[in-house]
Every structure is written in C-alpha cells, then in structure tokens.
Design a protein around this ligand. Structure first.
Ligand SMILES: Nc1nc2c(ncn2[C@@H]2O[C@H](COP(=O)(O)OP(=O)(O)OP(=O)(O)O)[C@@H](O)[C@H]2O)c(=O)[nH]1
Ligand SMILES: [Mg+2]
Length: 701
C-alpha cells in the first residue's frame, strides 16, 4: 500500500442522526474507490463498517468504525460513528482524532433531534465541518427544507456548494463551485458532465456569487482579489473555503444519494482538495505544554483512541500518529507507565479487515495488536520525548444500575467481562459500592444498557440481572444528648468491665469548641463516606485510662458505620467523653468498645436523629417550547430549580433533585420531549429527607 504524507491524509468523522445514511455513504465511498467489489447494505448486513453481530441484529451502528478509502492520490480515513446518542462515547473518541467532520442529514427529515443533539456535542470541538444532505433519490426528499433546517441549526454560515435536480427523469446535481451539472445513470457512479441548463443559470449564478463572497470573507488577500476582479477562480475559492472551514465560520453543504452512488465521487474530491488535514490544523499542545508537530521527521507520538477485544484476535489498539512515523517492530514508550511496547504488527483497518503496512506517517490512523501495557487514552512515544497527548474527556454516565449474575457461580466471570467492556467503552463504569453492597454499573442510557446486556449474553455467555440501585442515605443528629453505659460481665474466668459517659452533638464546620468540659485531647476523623466524627477526650482524674480511648472511639465509629435508623452511614457528630469507670482487673479494650457503642447508639437515638439523602445537580437542555413539560416533571420529583439560561434555541435548566427521584429520568425525559431533551447529572450534597419519606424508610428497613 502507498504511503501517504501528512498533506495527503484526510481524517473525516461521519456524524449525524440515526439512519441518516452515514454507514451507507462510507460503503459507497469504499466501493467508488475500488476498495470493495460489491457494495454492501445495512439491510443485507454486509457493510464493511457495521460488521459486529449486534449491529446486524439491530440494523444500526453501535461502534465508531475506522475505514479508509483512496481517491486521487489522497487517503481518506473515514470514522463512521453511530447516530444514537447513547453511544456518544464512540463519538467522543472519534472527535479527538478526526480533522474534519461530515455531518450527514437525511433529506426527508432535514435536521432531526438526533442531528441537534450530536451537533451540540460536536460543535464544542470547533473542527472544520461540512454538511451532506443525503437520500436525494427519495420521493419525499426536500433539499431546500433540509438546507433551511441546517441554516436554522448553525446560522447563515451554511453555504450551498450543490443542489439536486431531476432532468428528463435523470437525477442531476448542479455544482455551483465548479459551475457544472452532473447527470447520473440509474446505477449512479461516474456522472456525465454538462453545462448548467439555461433555466438554472440565474439560480446557479446567484449561488455561485454567494459562495465567492463567503469564500473571500475569510482572507484579506482574497477579499482584495475579489474587489479587484469581481470574482475568484476555482483555486482561490477553494483556498477561501478551506480557511472558512478552519475558522469554523463556513460550512459547505453538499447533496448525495449514498444508496444510489450519486455525488460521492465529487464529495471525495472536495475532501481531498479542500477539507483540512491534520497538518492544516493548529498544532496541539501536549499535557507537558510542548507543541506536537504533525510532521514525519518529528519524534514519534501515537495516541490510542480506541481499544477493542475481538474473540479471535485479542486486543486491538487503534491509534492516530500525532507526530513522526511508526514502522513495524518500532519500540515506543508508554508515557503513563513508562513501559516499552514493541509494535510487532502494524495495520490499517477497514471494519474487520486488516491490511498490514510497513509504515504509517504523521496524521495517519492505524491499529496494532496485543499491546501489553497500553489502554485507551495512552500516548506511545519515542523514548525520551516529553509528549503526553491530552486524553479524551468522556461524557459522564447518565444512568446507573445494580448488576448481578443470574447464576451466582458466574459472579467472577461477570466481573472480568465488565472490566473488558469498560476498557473498550470508558462511558461504561463499574464500581463496587461497599456501602450498598452492590456492584453498580453506570452508562449512557437504556439502549446502551441493552447492548451491554447483549454483549454479556452473546460474547461472554453470562445472563446478568439489572436492578435499581439502593440509595446511599446518611444518618445524622439534630440536637445534643447525654448518656452513660456500663458494660459488665462476670461469668467464670476473667470478667469484662467498662463504663462511659458521653455527650454527643451535631457537628458543623467552624463550630466553637464545646464549653463546660475539660478538654484533654481532640481527634478529628474524616469519614470515608463523607462528613466527620470529632472526638473529645474530656476525662478528668484518669477515671478512664488513656489506653482505652481508642477503643471508645472505635465503639462510636462502629455505630456510625451502620447507623441506628436504617443501617446507613452516619456523619457529622461530635462526642465528648467526660466520665466513666474502670475495674482494676476486668477492664480491657473490648469492654470499653462495647460500652461506647451502646452509649453512642442510645445517645444517637435521643438526639433527634434524621436521615439525609443524596441530592444530584441536574442540568437539562431542552428546546424552549418544551420547557413547561420538563419543569412540571421536575417539580413532581421534589426538585429545586436553581436557574434557567438560554442557549440558542435551547433552555438550560439547572435543578437540585434527590437521587431517589431520578429513577428512569432518561426514559421520561425522552418521552416528554420526543427525544429532544438531554441532561447531565452529578452528585451535589446530602440533605435532610422530608418527614414522610423518613417515616417510610425507617419503617420498611
Ligand atoms: N433511499 C435512500 N436510502 C438510503 C440512502 N442512504 C441510506 N439509506 C437507507 O437508510 C437506512 C439507514 O442507513 P445507514 O447507512 O445505516 O444510516 P446510518 O446513518 O449509518 O445509521 P446509524 O449508524 O444507525 O445511525 C438504510 O436503510 C439505508 O439503506 C440514500 O441515499 N437513499
Ligand atoms: Mg451507521
């Protein structure tokens, strides 16, 4: 295979709403370039991109798949992403390595909810973007409406490069950059070129002039040329369009029929000649603050953006060469753990097909097998170079479930499988909660969960059970209480004796020291589960020997670990141990621990104990007209609305909502907003639960 230099490699991500035609477009591009002999379809389950069994079963892309095509001396690396936002993690990793974005829009629907959601995400990366209005062959296609919906989405910077037309029953595309008409046969493929027909000249000229103006706007020299000549030639227009794309200020719009192979060759030609490559983008800075030069003669750095496990191959690591070159058998250092990896095998991947290559150069994308010490987000680099590539920020999980194996004997197998799933898809997280005694799996949504369930069943042979996780309540007290307890046991042999008197109080940051006690010592314990236990030794006259104090403290802590109300962790209490008794023979550590735990528990129950519940900070983004539905629902979930902000056509609502009320929020939000709302959530704080909720919890536990 030919080696391409950084200027002749284009890394483009295909993004867009579910079923807009991204995978079909990628397949057609591979076919057009002669890289596949037969064009697969999503329905026939034989596309290069959607090769996983679960993608066949659901007839939708679930993974981002790297593919490549070669067109007129350029290599185009295509990253075909899923359109469903449950798989946003796949888009997140793709965005880190793509240099240009192709947003595919279905001409029957124009910009859809899915386009909006993905656009909101993709727009943050400010990468050069073009739009492709697909499915122009469809009888319900409406190019103009679709174009208007793009303008609505991104503003006036969308500019038509083409528009479709049917002439004498044949599908045509008028190209206002080249000022030509392409006419396709029923099989698509290479079109015949014609002059623009008379009746289209006015429209085409108007669009051409608009394009020239937009292209000139992005560069002073071009602007001068334009004023001088009143127009720009094709090369000058390309230059201006490229600059506009790089500034994220010009978004060219194309039209194609991916299924019928119409317009794909021209689109590839534009990607070759105009879409920016890695070398055109502003060089990235490494974590260390060094500039990463996208040049073959710089020290080598690879960024691992994706890891896959294939049953017959083991681990596949996908990387982008950020600088330098990589050859087979090169040794590189992992910047995270400083381990040396040998790149035994070097491939370019097209779905499940691997093509061995000798060398890959800066700006290219490739894969290798069986790395030992390397995972997604790692940098492999020439030893001694000081470059760590900034990691992908994966979106935080949106839903959580408690997961167990249906067959208890499978628990260990389940844990191993979940670890593998997480390393392939970092938007799935798994954490054992000691407190809840549950394994908690978090992911992006119900559909994401369904694919995890599928993978566990089909790939790992495990039936998993998913349940609503328990809520991690906390317990605390609201007033002071004083108690004493005498532990005394005399049954044969040596006895046990310990007596303690203590006062307990609610603790808060910055409170004054207790009054009326003779304070001898103070222990401030940060609890693992949040909050504090502050323990004061106020023993006078040595009535309890100091060597027993750690046991008294331990007794209190044991109760706090399993709170008297519901067994939840207790927090934010201070204890003043002010009196007690010892026995010269029978006193020991265990006696004082037992006495302290009894005293502490009794005091706790007398100190107006109260349950605290975890509160989430919730940000919901919805189109303005759907605000009402969302607010009504939030209010029914005991939420406190913190504020609202407008964000284009969207409203962003911030609220605090008890975690207990968040169950199935993603499903509800989807249904009350017809899928147009999105949300993120993070833990905020603990707050007292309302009395009626506490009553029901204390009763049932
Ligand atoms: N008529 C027509 N149908 C198309 C065209 N492109 C794609 N399709 C059909 O649209 C459906 C979805 O196509 P995909 O290529 O899977 O779309 P996608 O955007 O990859 O979908 P996801 O990955 O699931 O988000 C399939 O049934 C395709 O055959 C087109 O140009 N014309
Ligand atoms: Mg797809």
């Amino acid at each position: 295979m030919k080696i391409y230099d950084d200027k002749h490699i284009k890394n483009v991500a295909f993004v867009g709403a579910n079923k807009s035609g991204k995978t079909t477009l990628a397949e057609t591009m591979l076919f057009e370039a002669g890289l596949v002999n037969r064009r697969g379809t999503v329905e026939n389950k034989n596309t290069v991109s959607d090769y996983h069994e679960i993608e066949h079963e659901r007839e939708t892309s679930i993974f981002a798949t790297p593919l490549h095509t070669e067109w007129r001396n350029y290599k185009i690396n295509i990253l075909d992403t899923p359109g469903l936002d449950d798989f946003i993690g796949e888009i997140a990793s793709t965005m880190r390595v793509a240099d240009s974005i192709v947003t595919v829009v279905n001409s029957q629907h124009g910009v859809e909810v899915g386009t909006e959601i993905i656009w909101n995400y993709v727009d943050r990366f400010s990468k050069p973007t073009l739009f492709v209005i697909n499915q122009i062959d469809n009888p319900n296609a409406d190019f103009d409406e679709s174009f208007n919906s793009i303008v609505n989405l991104i503003g006036t910077n969308a500019v038509k490069i083409q528009y479709p037309l049917v002439v004498d029953g044949a599908q045509c595309i008028i190209d206002v950059l080249k000022m030509k008409m392409y006419k396709f046969g029923p099989e698509g493929g290479k079109p015949e070129k014609f002059e623009i027909p008379e009746d289209q000249k006015d429209i085409a000229n108007e669009l051409h002039n608009e394009l020239v103006e937009k292209a000139a706007e992005n560069d002073e020299a071009l602007m001068e040329l334009y004023f001088d000549k009143g127009t720009l030639n094709e090369d000058e227009m390309r230059e201006g369009i490229k600059k506009g794309m790089l500034n994220h200020e010009l978004f060219p719009v194309f039209c194609v029929s991916a299924l019928n192979d119409m317009g794909t060759g021209r689109l590839m030609g534009f990607i070759d000649n105009v879409a920016p490559s890695a070398a055109d983008l502003k060089p990235e800075q490494s974590v260390e603050g060094n500039t990463i030069e996208c040049k073959p003669d710089a020290p080598t750095s690879l960024f691992i953006f994706k890891t896959l496990y294939e049953p017959n191959l083991g681990q596949i690591s996908f990387f982008k060469v950020k600088s330098g070159e990589i050859k087979q058998n090169d040794k590189l250092e992992n910047s995270r753990n400083e381990e040396i990896e040998i790149i035994n095998q070097l491939y370019i991947m097209d779905g499940k097909n691997r093509e061995p290559v000798e060398k890959l150069s800066a700006g290219d994308i490739g894969a290798t097998l069986k790395l030992k010490y390397t995972e997604t987000n790692d940098t492999l680099r020439t030893k001694g170079s000081d470059i760590t590539i900034k990691p992908i920020q994966f979106p935080a999980p949106r839903i959580s479930k408690a997961v167990t194996a249906a067959d208890k004997n499978d628990e260990e197998k389940l844990n191993d499988a979940l670890k593998k799933i997480h390393s392939q898809d970092p938007t799935v997280t798994i954490k054992y909660s000691k407190e809840l005694k549950q394994q908690i799996l978090s992911c992006q949504g119900e559909l994401h969960l369904a694919t995890i369930d599928w993978t566990l069943k089909k790939i790992y042979g495990i039936t998993a059970v998913f349940e609503q996780p328990k809520i991690a309540y906390r317990e605390t007290i609201q007033r002071s209480a004083t108690t004493s307890y005498k532990h005394k046991k005399q049954s044969g042999g040596s006895g046990q004796f310990g007596e303690v008197h203590m006062k307990i109080e609610p603790w808060y940051e910055g409170m004054p020291e207790p009054e009326g006690f003779n304070i001898r010592g103070k222990d401030e314990i940060e609890l693992d589960w949040g909050g504090k236990l502050v323990f004061y030794n106020c023993i006078v006259g040595g009535v309890i020997d100091t060597r027993y104090l750690p046991s008294v403290l331990k007794g209190c802590l044991e109760v706090m670990e399993e709170g008297p109300l519901t067994g939840s962790y207790a927090r934010d209490i201070r204890v003043m141990l002010f009196d007690g008794k010892m026995h010269p023979v029978d006193s020991n550590d265990i006696s004082f621990k037992i006495a302290a735990s009894h005293a502490f528990k009794a005091a706790f129950l007398n100190a107006k104990p109260k349950l605290l519940e975890p509160i989430q900070e919730l940000t919901v983004k919805v189109p303005e007209e759907l605000m009402g539905n969302v607010m009504t629902d939030l209010q029914s979930r005991r939420s406190i609305i913190l504020g609202m902000d407008s964000d284009g056509k969207y409203q962003s609502i911030k609220a605090k909502t008890p975690l207990a009320e968040m169950y199935k929020y993603s499903t509800t939000l989807r249904s009350i907003t017809q899928g147009r709302g999105s949300f993120s959530t993070k833990f905020s704080n603990f707050e007292l639960v309302p009395n009626n909720v506490q009553e029901s919890l204390v009763k049932t536990e």
